[in-house]
Each structure stands twice: as C-alpha cells, then as structure tokens.
Design a binder for this molecule. Sequence first.
Ligand code: NAX
Ligand code: ADP
Ligand code: MG
Length: 279
Amino acid sequence: MQPITAEIVSRTIIKRPADSHKGNYGRVMLIGGNQNFGGAIIMAATAATYSGAGLVTVATDPSNFTSLHARLPEAMVIDYHQTDTLLNMLTGMDVIIIGPGLGTDTIADQLLTAVIAATHAPQRLVIDGSALTLLAQQPRSLPATDIVVTPHQMEWQRLSGIAIKDQTPTANHDAQKRLGVTAVVKAHRTTIYTDERVWFNPGGTPAMATGGMGDTLAGMIGGFVGQFDDFTAAILSAVYLHSAIADDLAATRYVVLPHQISTRIPTYMHRFSQIERPS
Ligand SMILES: NC(=O)C1=CN([C@@H]2O[C@H](COP(=O)(O)OP(=O)(O)OC[C@H]3O[C@@H](n4cnc5c(N)ncnc54)[C@H](O)[C@@H]3O)[C@@H](O)[C@H]2O)[C@@H](O)CC1
Ligand SMILES: Nc1ncnc2c1ncn2[C@@H]1O[C@H](COP(=O)(O)OP(=O)(O)O)[C@@H](O)[C@H]1O
Ligand SMILES: [Mg+2]
C-alpha cells in the first residue's frame, strides 16, 4: 500500500491556462436527491462546483429545485423523472455522478439502468451512495470507460460481498479487479484500489462523521476528474484534499460539516497549484 502524498496533489492541481473557459473544466451532471434526500445531491453539487467543475447540472426531484438554487445558483436543474430529456442532456456531459440521495425505489433503479446504458467513453462515471446499493442488489454490466465507485464499508460489503471485518487490502483488491472499476473504500483510513495499485489516505478524522460527508467527496471527485486528465491522480487528489481540509478544521472544531469543507476547496486548490514540482 502506498500513501497518497501532497506531491501527487500538487502535480495534479496545476495552474489554469489563461486562454480557457468553462467548457474546458468539465460538464458535470449529478443525478440523485429524492424527496427525502435532497440535501445529499445539494452537498454533492456544491462540492463539484467549488472543486472547479465548469458547468454543473443537477437531475433531481423537483421538490429540491428551490433549495438547490438558494444554496447554489451556479447549478442548472432538470427533473429526473423526465428520462428522455435527461438522457439527451447526458450525451453532452463529461462526467456523470449518480447516487447521492437517489434512494432505492423502482424509479431510482430504472434511472440507474438507463444512465448506465447511456454512458459511453470518454465520459467518466462516479457511482456513490444509493446507486451502489442498487448495483449490489442487481448487478448491471458497466460501460467500458473510466468508472469510480465510492462505497463506505457497508456499501462495499453489499457490492463486493466481503463482510466489513474481512475487508483487508488483499481481499478488497481482488474484488476491485473482479468489478473492473476504481474503488474508493471509505473508512477512517480510506483505501483506493486501481488495477495496478493499492493506495491509502493518510488523513481523516472522526470530526468528519456527519451525514453528507461522502456526498461531498463524490462531488469533489466528479469535479476533479472533469478537469484533470489523469483519472487516478484526480481521484487520489480529491480524497486527500477532502480529509486534509477536515483535519485542519478539526484542529479547533469538534465537528466538521460538509459545507465547511466545500467552501474551502478553492483556497486549498490554489495553494497546491502554486507549488512548483519537477515533473
Ligand atoms: N442530507 C441527506 O440528504 C443525506 C442523504 N444521504 C443519502 O442517504 C442514502 C443512504 O446512505 P447511508 O450511507 O446513510 O445508508 P446505508 O444504509 O447505505 O449505510 C449506512 C449504514 O452503514 C453503516 N456503516 C458501517 N460502516 C460504515 C462506514 N465506514 N461509513 C458509513 N457507514 C457505515 C452505518 O452504521 C449505517 O448503519 C445515500 O443515497 C446517501 O447519499 C446520506 O448521505 C446522509 C445525508
Ligand atoms: N472517523 C472517521 N475518520 C476519517 N474519516 C471519516 C470518519 N468518519 C467518516 N469519515 C469520512 O467521511 C465520509 C463519509 O462518507 P459516507 O458514509 O458515504 O457519508 P454520506 O453518505 O453521509 O455522505 C468518508 O469520506 C469517510 O472516510
Ligand atoms: Mg455516502
């Protein structure tokens, strides 16, 4: 196992070319947020936007439109029941994040099936939260493109079949290879599995044990993979920064809330982009 290092992050988050525009930094669609879990998709969309995603569209239940706009006017919205419109828009997206607050009812299940079938390379797919539970209940063949799953230990148990107590790096890596996607297994010390390697995140604090913390990470990962070409490095950088920001906040706070992390992402990205590293 290798630790994610600050060097990886500073090599990944580079200064933006002056001659660039929002179309260069990722069109990201987030799909989730049912009538009960609107907060999850709002937190994920907030994190994606603060992570630098060029254009953010949220496909969600219409009951979330007003609160989303009040928190995040930068985001566009679409009713996720309008499947034809959604799938049409999906073709123009660089990154699709599905699952935060999606729920596991029939509508959610059908939506996941439709989105997986419509996603094609070079689009990048982030599967989180309820979408992982649905995938565990009914496996579907995934498109041949960059895909990352972001389960916590219970979701990983459902998806991989490995009981939490048996989730060793070796067992997890075998399961990741079977699934054929990058896996971010979230815990106190999050581990990341690619075909080649196992990484661990050196940061993280129990001050992060708040609902929405993983939704925020999913949004960060989506924002980063939409901007930075190296898929693995973008994921590792998001995982590292998410907990590095939390660790700094936890130096003086008992609890860290997800939105407190999101609002600080641009400052941390700026800091890492200023560090010159030999390539
Ligand atoms: N404000 C909101 O709208 C929120 C919505 N959420 C959404 O709710 C849906 C269900 O997700 P949940 O994760 O709550 O429910 P799950 O039922 O998938 O998992 C939670 C269960 O897993 C257990 N568990 C074991 N190890 C764990 C670990 N390392 N980390 C976290 N939990 C662990 C917990 O104790 C709990 O019993 C998802 O779509 C999620 O995005 C949650 O993110 C909470 C906040
Ligand atoms: N004790 C802890 N130490 C380090 N990180 C933690 C701790 N508790 C939670 N986290 C982090 O918070 C996030 C929680 O994700 P998740 O359970 O999916 O949250 P949610 O679905 O409520 O948004 C993960 O990134 C996890 O690593
Ligand atoms: Mg989660």
